[in-house]
Ligand binder design. Sequence first.
Ligand SMILES: *[C@@H]1O[C@H](CO)[C@@H](O)[C@H](O)[C@H]1NC(C)=O
Length: 353
Amino acid sequence: MSTLITIREASLNGNGGDYSPAKEKAANRGVYGARSPLLHRRLRLLVGGAKYKLILLFFLVTAAYLLSSKISPFMGWNPHYPSSVSSPSRGGYTVLINTWKRNTLLKQSVAHYASCQGTDAIHVVWSEVDPPSYKLRDYLKKMVQKKSQTAHKPNLRFDLNEEDNLNNRFKPIQDLRTDAIFSVDDDVIVPCRTLDFAFTVWQTAPLTMVGFVPRMHWLDEEKNDVVHYRYGGWWSVWWMGTYSMVLSKAAFFHKKYLELYTKKMPSSIHDYVSRERNCEDIAMSLLVANATGAPPIWVKGKIYEIGSSGISSLKDHSDKRNKCLNDFVSLYGAMPLASTNAKAVDARYEWFW
Ligand SMILES: *[C@@H]1O[C@H](CO)[C@@H](O)[C@H](O)[C@H]1NC(C)=O
């Protein structure tokens, strides 16, 4: 403390002694400037010579890294450049948006996905007696034209269903130009960079489901040869670091699973989904797991839910999910889900290995 005061006095004296705001400022600056040597000395006292050098080295390396990541674009090498991996020449994806009576959200999500480089087409699954109004269609068409970044403007199509049925979201689509489907709820926004990265992960495993919302199952109890499973939500995955499903509210999968879901999956599961208005996502996870015998892939990335928060926090919801899981598994005859701890991350942003 005494050092600070002396320095301040000295600098005031050095300026002739008479007060002015500008001089006061300059003097203050002097004080802050003087703080770092003090800190320096205290740190040295605290940690001793060798360790101090180590810490200093760490800061230097960090500073050098930060500097180089700022400079590198000027040196012709830019790690943040949207890389060739997501260029349309390697094929894009079809965004399949499931919506229900939430036109404001639909407008936002169509505008967003139209702006992503990899989007080849946008399909809106519409499940209402009244078709979308001319005004809404026109608005969305114009929005897609405006937001698209590529020469090829994504096709916007409505897949009309009069009946409100959750199985609608997995109906096969005619004239698809891509193998990849990105299935998403109308209130979920995945930033384009994150989405394009997940697409490259899917390209390495096109028969696997690749998504952002992991869920798990575990063996709960075994009574008289009857096996009972539990469905684990966000907290369970966070706690255990294990998952066996990714939800279709934000996931890539191959278009062939639309056929399989609609035409090959046992119709008792369709009936269950339409009766309970729930669990189409669990049904899809089981279907893909049964077809591949492998776990899905969870991709690291922040996603945004723009609607009001969903039903998933209610106790009733978790009971329903448990029941679906067990009923579906008994229809399969055995548990098709496989668990994993792997998580895909973008190496460009994971420099601290
Ligand atoms: C699960 O996969 C097997 C082998 O591919 C297939 O024969 C069976 O029909 C599938 N089960 C269901 C319920 O889809």
